[in-house]
Design a protein around this ligand. Structure first.
Ligand code: EPU
Length: 416
């Protein structure tokens, strides 16, 4: 429940990145020695990944922002129901295949933002020598031995983040050299490469479109700190601008946020950097900007919905084009309830901004759409009720607490 119209002011500490933490936890399956991952955000998706690893036989202990994973003995079959519930769980397939030469994982299926196929993951596994079959809702990958290969992972919308992670993890224990071309360049892939190297893997080129992995016989335990969540940082930066407040984001990697900060500045938002802190406030009147989502280092699809809210508050017309997921405009009809004027034309949303938003009951449909609805509620006059906030808890650590500390009037209300 949000009572809007209060400018956010103060400081917020940015948590570890969900989309880095999930594959990092899966990577701990590659060794029979214990691994310690720190700066892990307290999120339902992260807890859920812990349960999946436990169902495979690993011991998983959370202690504050630290998780200790010991995959001493593991099995190759993931629990169908557990894995099916979270798309990110597909990244256990690569480590299972790498370590056990077999993986049986339920097909993650589509979700509200689009079809989300895994053909590229499977193409990578096949190139390493795995036989792939799909049976009873499971994907089976089976290899007598894994051998390094040249793999091209470019797809319809560019590369694949978790596909790159999966192939990297399987190739870490393959015989010989694997080259992934058209690899995802996202910072989360680089973070994973750092962890794999700390475990004794030989990965180079992560962060560029060509990653080379020289297989090793065995990996050992390692410790690692998760990178800050660039999407969470972008969400709070946009919330500051949307409410005409001033917020300092603490513990940020500004170099992971260039595309977002560039668009914010173009839109009339002032962003000042002091080391790992960023202070965000409006710089006079907001201006409409056009945005196209792209693979990293382009504008992230995970910030598209939040930015659409800022544009809905900005007088003038902006065009927001979604190039990564085909159905990621579920927030548009909910934003209309608050008075936003947005039309969808193919992959683009035409935002006729500047109308005042007024609070209304809305329904969250996916993680980032929910964040957008919260920002809209904070900026709107009156009361906004966002339902199905379990979506938010999947990816934003203590979002209501953090926003309250910034002065927001937001409360979590149990539905009866
Ligand atoms: N694609 C294929 N074939 C594949 C895999 C992907 O065609 O085998 C297509 C997808 O359909 C999509 C595009 O490639 O059009 C990019 O998908 P990608 O595989 O990169 O997405 P992902 O790895 O499944 C991660 C994040 C998403 C984020 C995307 C894009 C995790 C757990 N998830 O998903 O995060 O939107 O990369 O950056 O890392 C979120 O956090 O809200 C979220 C959805």
């Amino acid at each position: 429940m949000i009572k809007g119209g209060v400018p956010l002011r103060g400081e917020v500490r940015i948590s570890g990145a969900k989309n880095a933490a999930l594959p990092l936890m899966a990577a701990a399956l590659l060794t029979d020695e214990p691994c310690v991952i720190r700066n892990v955000p307290d999120l339902s998706d992260v807890k859920f990944m812990g349960q999946i690893l436990q169902s495979l036989g690993a011991t998983v202990k959370f202690n504050g922002g630290e998780v200790r994973i010991h995959a001493h003995k593991i099995k190759s079959v993931g629990d169908y129901e557990l894995i099916r519930r979270m798309r990110g769980s597909i990244c256990i397939a690569g480590p299972l295949l790498g370590r056990l030469h077999r993986a049986r994982v339920s097909l993650p299926g589509g979700c509200i933002i689009g079809a989300r196929p895994i053909n590229l993951h499977l193409k990578g596994f096949a190139a390493l020598g795995a036989a792939i079959s799909i049976e009873g809702g499971y994907v089976n990958a089976l290899a007598k031995k894994l051998a390094g290969a040249e793999v091209f992972l470019g797809g319809r919308a560019g590369s694949t983040v978790l596909g790159t992670a999966n192939v990297m993890m399987a190739a870490a224990l393959a015989d010989g050299i694997t080259t992934i071309d058209s690899a995802a360049c996202e910072p989360e892939v680089v973070d994973l490469a750092h962890f794999l190297n700390a475990m004794g893997a030989k990965v180079s080129g992560a962060g560029s479109p060509t990653i080379t992995i020289t297989g090793v016989k065995k990996l050992h335990g390692a410790e690692h700190d998760v990178i800050p969540d660039r999407i969470e940082a972008a969400t709070y930066a946009i919330a500051a601008a949307a409410t005409n407040g001033e917020v300092t984001l603490r513990g940020v990697r500004a170099d992971h946020l260039h595309a977002v900060l560039d668009k914010l500045r173009e839109a009339g938002v002032k962003v000042e950097r002091q080391g790992s802190n960023l202070t965000v406030r409006r710089n006079g009147k907001l201006k409409p900007v056009d945005i196209t989502t792209l693979p990293y280092s382009g504008f992230p699809t995970d910030v598209q919905a939040q930015m659409m809210v800022l544009m809905a508050l900005t007088p003038g017309i902006s065009i927001i084009t979604e190039r990564i997921f085909e159905a990621r405009f579920m927030h548009v009809s909910e934003l209309a309830r608050l008075g936003a004027d947005i039309e969808i034309e193919g992959p683009s949303a035409i935002v006729k901004g500047g109308r005042p938003l007024s609070g209304a009951p809305v329904m969250a449909s996916d993680l980032r759409a929910s964040a957008a609805l919260v920002i809209a509620g904070l900026a709107a006059r009156g009361r906004t009720e966002v339902k199905r906030i379990y979506h938010l808890d999947r990816g934003y650590e203590n979002i209501d607490g953090k926003l309250r500390r910034l002065g927001a009037r937001i409360e979590r209300v149990e539905e009866t």
